[in-house]
Design a protein around this ligand. Structure first.
Ligand code: HEM
Length: 348
């Protein structure tokens, strides 16, 4: 990511690497937060008081190596985080090519996709050369030929992007989450949701059904044209820099919601993170599937609060959030302390 603004508010030592502060997608454009069909065209730069975000659809930052290693370890322990239903094969190839192009677009110095032969060996399928210098990959493959890849296409590319990936098949006017690799789910389970419709996946979310948010979002996605790319953000609080807060691991992280209340202010500020998901929605051109990308960014309160407009806005949004939404996000037990911590910073 190119940072055009100097990270003015981050002088001195932060817990997070400077690029994680400068590129943090602060998720509160308004004084209060409510659910809405908050989609906008992708790729627009969003300046923030610390830097900017938003130009890349697939974003690579200083956590690249660590997050990919974590994804690999999670998949090794629990293969149910990855699934491709049999009819999703074309969509998986489509997704792989699209993600390679996006990587090359956002960091041409590190990634490159080159079309070698538009017709490919045997005259049928195109062949490509893929270069990922960050992982020392330089590989030639034939589109649609699984034997030309070191791993199935979705699994292979999921090992090269920090984003979680869900592929939705559109049939009979309904979207179905029929493939994906999701290792960093915030309080949901990909293995449980796979094969569900878009509406079923959103079943547990309060308010959105009565308010028509999810039917409007569904309509919007059904009308997405080939290669059209949109984005939205979502947010929550996470205790510790823990990417994998999936339902499967609830016994590991659930008790932190009690524990965090017993911490002193210094530890509280280091452990409680604002977690933003930047989600991209892309209509894949060959298969017609919708690709849903979820990139999870986390910033500890101790770093967030040093950016004054972020401190004040986050304190207000978190304090004002209606109880049912706080409950659903799993932050009801400690959000008032979180808001007070931000309000009183640095005078704890
Ligand atoms: C315009 C598109 C979309 C909108 C407006 C939307 C809206 C929402 C909202 C408001 C929530 C609750 C978030 C919270 O309080 O933290 C949510 C949760 C969720 N969304 Fe979406 N969403 C969209 C697209 C998608 C897509 C394409 C998927 C594909 C899998 C998806 C999967 C989920 C999941 C798994 C949850 C958590 C549900 C649970 O608790 O089990 N969303 N979404």
């Amino acid at each position: 990511m190119t940072i055009t603004h100097p990270p003015t508010a981050t002088d001195g030592a932060t817990i997070s690497a400077p690029d994680l502060v400068a590129g943090f997608p602060f998720p509160f454009p308004n004084e209060i937060y409510r659910y809405s069909t908050n989609v906008e065209p992708a790729r627009g730069a969003v300046p923030t008081p610390a830097g900017q975000w938003g130009t890349a659809v697939v974003d690579v930052d200083s956590e690249y190596g660590a997050e990919l290693a974590e994804r690999a370890a999670i998949l090794e322990r629990d293969p149910s985080r990855s699934a491709v239903l049999p009819h999703m094969d074309v969509a998986a190839w489509d997704a792989m090519l699209c993600l390679m192009r996006e990587l090359a677009l956002s960091r041409p110095e590190s990634f490159g996709l080159e079309l070698l032969d538009p017709t490919g060996p045997g005259g049928a399928r195109p062949s490509y050369r893929w270069r990922n210098d960050l992982l020392a990959i330089d590989h030639v493959f034939t589109l649609g030929d699984a034997t030309s890849l070191p791993a199935p296409p979705l699994a292979w590319i999921a090992g090269q992007v920090q984003e979680d990936i869900v592929l939705l098949d559109q049939r009979d006017g309904v979207l179905h989450g029929d493939a994906g690799v999701v290792t960093f789910a915030a309080d949901w389970s990909f293995g449980f949701d796979v094969g569900m419709t878009f509406l079923e996946i959103h079943g547990p979310v309060p308010r959105i059904h009565a308010e028509g948010v999810i039917t409007r979002a569904h309509e919007f996605l059904l009308n997405l044209q080939p290669n059209e790319t949109y984005r939205r953000t979502n947010w929550t609080l996470t205790i510790g820099r823990r990417l994998d807060v999936s339902t499967e691991l609830y016994p590991e992280w659930g008790p932190d919601r009690e524990m965090v209340q017993t911490l002193d202010d210094d530890a509280f500020g280091r452990l409680v993170h604002l977690r933003t998901e930047v989600q991209h929605l892309i209509r894949l051109p060959e298969s017609g599937a919708v690709m849903f990308l979820i990139r999870s960014y986390m910033l500890p309160f101790a770093d967030l609060a040093r950016v004054e407009p972020w401190r004040a806005r986050a304190a207000h949004v978190i304090a004002e959030l209606p109880e049912d939404m706080a409950d659903y996000k799993g932050i009801a037990k400690y959000r008032h302390r979180a808001a007070a911590w931000l309000r009183e910073f640095p005078h704890h």
